[in-house]
Every structure is written in C-alpha cells, then in structure tokens.
Design a binder for this molecule. Sequence first.
Ligand SMILES: [Fe+2]
Ligand SMILES: [Fe+2]
Length: 217
Amino acid sequence: MQINTDFSKRVVIDSNQSPWTPSPMIGVERCMLDRAAAESGRATSLVRYSPGTSFPIHGHPRGEEILVLSGVFSDAGGDYPTGSYLRNPPGSQHAPFSTLGCLLFVKLDQFSLLDGEEVRLNTRQSEWMPGMVPGLLVMPLHDFEGEHTALVRWAPGTCFNRHRHWGGEEILVLEGVFQDEYGTYPAGTWLRSPHLSEHKPFSTEGCLIYVKTGHLA
Ligand SMILES: [Fe+2]
Ligand SMILES: [Fe+2]
C-alpha cells in the first residue's frame, strides 16, 4: 500500500474529513498522510492512542519524529505531555504507551542515518523568536543538513512574503486557520508542497503551524 509517495505532487489532507483506520494494535487508530509500504518503512501519520493503550517494543531503523498534539504519550524515558517534540534517532527502540490517551503526529523512518541526535523538547516551555515579518513567531525544533523543522505562530492578520520552497514544504496546522492563495486550512490539515513550488501564505484569524522544509527535493 502506497499513499502520497510522489513528492512532486501537492497534497492537502484535512484529517477532520478523512478516514481514520485501526492499526494492527488494539486501541490505536491513524489517519495516513504518506506511506511507502503497509506496516514498515517511511510513513507520516496522525496516530490516536485510546486511554490505556500500550505498544510492543519496536525499532526505528531510520528514526522517528513525534509531536504530541493532545494527551500524554509515554515510554520508558518518561511522560510527554501535549506540545512535546521527540526525535528518536536511527537504531533506537522503545515500547510506548498512553495511560490517558493521546493524539500524535508521527514521521517514521525518514532521518538521515547521520542524524543521531535524540531530542526531548517541551514546546510549551520553549522560547519563541521573532519571524521574518511582523506578527510571526518562530520556534526552531531541529535542523539537519538542508532540513529545517519549526513551529510558527501567526498573529491574526499576518501576511507572509511570496516564497519558493527549496526542497519542498510540509505543514501541519495545529491551531486556528492557515491560508494561502490556493485554499483555507483549518487545524488538523496537513499540506505538502513540492520542491520549487511557490505560495503567498497568510492567516486572517491567526494560527499555529508545524513546518518542515528542505526534505522533499
Ligand atoms: Fe516508536
Ligand atoms: Fe511556504
């Protein structure tokens, strides 16, 4: 099963309007965003753990990136509340669980094999920096080679410059409504724009987005 594996195509998925399917683990369902194979290899998903779910120990041959969108996610390393940003490097393994339930954004098996940094960041307690235009705040999450990942907060009425995506751009809208000349994207929407695509984004009501660039060349 392959889903959205052609990185030259623009993709927009509103997870509020899309199918959620059970995973092989009882209590875990997911909304698949991109996927190279059925149950292995590169995949980007929203994953919901119902309360009391535990997952068997598993490895991440090419790393695992997680943003906790709600609830509390846990493994032997600790409890990760809403807003936690985790990077489990290539070769790591764990047996995660969630006592209270949680909703996660997960990018599996997409790291450079040279990117060995483990990250445990609580974005609710991290510092914002001024962005490139008034009304934007940026929180860098991780940079490696040409790939940059950040949270960006848009004050209501913020307009950004027209720009081109070198290496593509992936966005998950976390709060509010993100917009550009092609559409309006409420919280829960995932957008993937190809290498060298362009747009002029703005946000009338304000929003919080996760952004990754430079990984889709
Ligand atoms: Fe994992
Ligand atoms: Fe962009």
